[in-house]
Design a protein around this ligand. Structure first.
Ligand SMILES: [Mg+2]
Ligand SMILES: [Zn+2]
Length: 273
């Protein structure tokens, strides 16, 4: 069992194939307005504004739910998550999407209970039935203080990973496997330690950033391209960690006692033909 392994997933373009914010905006026909407003405000604030625009146009949260249920994803991602969970890993999400989108999709896929924690931007439906999306970190009050330069104002995933590392340290020797694709996944990758693994999606922003100077990363780097590779690599890394764990419990100097004659060992019985 891989009970000492924490697998941290980004959500957009890692678990699902697209960006859930763009997916909802595009599918509900608000792409032009989104692109028009994007240069004027932070992404997270813009998503809250887009939910207002969609609500004003008569789009309901049920309409949003229907769109979310159609979110494209690779067919091997759900089996990969279920297998990692069955192997005893603690699965968590760290995402700059929002709780409403993520929970709706995970519940639709029957995956909600596989994750012990979802770290994302909070959201709620107000009394008018409009979906509100808030920043994970209230940047209007103060900054999250990260100077990496790749974290949006509303969320530093590095701060979240440090919190996970601190709480894990209290429970013993935990190792982290981190999967992501975006620039926001770079900061947490820098926080990983020796013995951890980072799985950057190949040719995506986090992979570009890591590739510029891989020596800055203490974790082992394993790139992946699609859900099939995600499954294969993730499960092999979980196996590696659990083999290391077993090796740690086996005395390294254990050898077959040399005074036992080979003839004393049980012989393989010939199979009756
Ligand atoms: Mg992503
Ligand atoms: Zn950061």
């Amino acid at each position: 069992m891989a009970g000492n392994t924490i697998v941290v997933f980004d959500f957009d373009k890692t678990i699902i194939e697209c960006d859930s914010d763009n997916w909802v905006v595009d599918e509900l026909g608000a792409t032009d307005l989104f692109n028009q407003l994007l240069p004027t405000m932070p992404w997270n604030s813009l998503m809250d504004r887009m939910m207002k625009e969609l609500h004003d146009q008569g789009k309901t949260t049920e309409d949003i739910v229907e769109v979310l249920k159609r979110t494209p994803l690779h067919p091997r991602v759900v089996p990969a998550i279920k297998a990692a969970h069955a192997l005893g890993c603690d699965l968590r999400i760290v995402s700059d999407a929002n709780l409403f989108f993520i929970e709706t999709i995970l519940e639709h896929l029957g995956l909600r209970e596989y994750f012990s924690e979802i770290n994302t931007n909070p959201s709620y439906v107000d009394e008018q039935g409009r979906l509100r999306i808030l920043p994970f970190h209230d940047f209007n009050k103060c900054s999250h203080g990260c100077t990496t330069g790749t974290c949006p104002p509303n969320m530093c995933k590095g701060v979240i990973i440090e919190r996970i590392q601190d709480s894990a340290a209290a429970e013993g020797n935990k190792r982290i496997i981190y999967l992501g694709d975006g620039a926001g996944d770079y900061c947490p990758s820098l926080k990983l330690r020796e013995g951890d693994f980072v799985m950057p999606r190949k040719n995506f922003p986090v992979w570009d950033l890591i590739s510029k100077n891989p020596l800055l990363i203490k974790a082992k780097i394993h790139e992946w391209t699609d859900g099939e590779e995600l499954e294969k690599i993730l499960l092999s890394l979980i196996e590696t960690i659990s083999t290391d764990e077993q090796a740690a419990f086996t005395p390294a100097d254990f050898k077959m006692p040399s005074n036992i004659a080979v003839s004393a060992l049980p012989k393989v019985l010939p199979v009756q033909q």
